[in-house]
Design a protein around this ligand. Structure first.
Ligand SMILES: Nc1nc2c(ncn2[C@@H]2O[C@H](COP(=O)(O)OP(=O)(O)O)[C@@H](O)[C@H]2O)c(=O)[nH]1
Ligand SMILES: [Mg+2]
Length: 239
């Protein structure tokens, strides 16, 4: 079936083989195996980008059936996502999804993101925990994420409710337009700038993000957030 026929049929379950799920991972040996297994039950093409982990992330992800790409050194989540997107496009992906390795996302949400794209309603679907659910979200984290939303609104003008959500879906043409240059976590704001300027149609879709002790211990800190914002602003000045 060609792509326009699939768009007309509009059924996300019919296009699973053409979806590539990109999973950036840094020292996620404890979680990545289960995440890959759950993804692969629905989506056969899972690409884990192991970003110079010092643990068994790569071997475990490969054992669970993912295609594993490796950065020799830790370059950051933005660089890992860009590597994964480029590889997915080379492999002929019609749809590219980004999905975190730490178990915070729900595989069932991918279908919700793909649906408006497959039906031709948008080119990019962005997950929002604030339209959906953020289970056990710590209060300090909520404040930080809201500051992130405000920051992005001021810098890119995009009116979104959740700007730092790792769950996103792109149709091929949209993924081809994305070029993340900020290697670290500041890529989230850069990505939204690019989306806002690209002329591509985007929308937010409610998703569930689950906070666990593990994800909280590993996730980004408030101090880190200030550094990320400065990195992003510096990136804009130098652009
Ligand atoms: N490739 C890569 N992935 C990273 C890096 N830091 C975090 N990640 C991954 O990016 C995802 C989200 O990171 P996390 O720190 O949990 O961010 P948070 O959920 O926004 O607090 C997880 O899958 C991490 O394994 C990194 O330096 N490189
Ligand atoms: Mg996390």
């Amino acid at each position: 079936m060609n792509n326009s026929a699939m768009t007309q049929s509009g059924d996300p379950d019919q296009i699973r083989d053409t979806v590539f799920v990109v999973v950036p991972a840094y020292n996620e040996a404890a979680c990545v195996g289960r995440v890959v297994e759950q993804l692969r039950r629905v989506y056969p093409n899972v690409i884990v980008v192991d970003d110079g982990s010092s643990d068994e992330t790569a071997a475990i992800a490969r054992g669970a059936g993912a295609c594993v790409l490796r950065h020799a050194v830790n370059r950051g989540q933005g660089a890992a996502i860009q590597t994964g997107i480029e590889y997915a496009l080379q492999r002929g992906a019609e749809y590219v999804v980004t999905f975190d390795a730490d178990g915070q996302h729900d595989v069932a949400d991918i279908r919700r993101l793909l649906e408006p794209i497959v039906r031709g309603r948008c080119d990019i679907a962005l997950g929002s925990r604030f339209l959906g659910e953020a289970l056990d979200l710590p209060a300090s984290r909520r404040i930080l994420l809201q500051l992130g939303v405000l920051f992005t609104r001021l810098t890119s003008g995009a009116k979104l409710t959740d700007t730092h959500n790792g769950l996103r879906a792109f149709r091929r043409r949209a993924a081809q337009k994305i070029e993340i240059t900020l290697d670290g976590m500041a890529h989230a704001s850069e990505l939204i700038d690019q989306i806002a300027r690209s002329g591509l149609a985007y929308m937010e879709v409610p998703v569930t993000i689950r906070y666990t002790e593990y994800s909280r211990a590993k996730g980004q800190s408030s101090r880190g957030a200030v550094k990320i914002a400065l990195h992003y602003l510096l990136g804009r000045v130098l652009r």
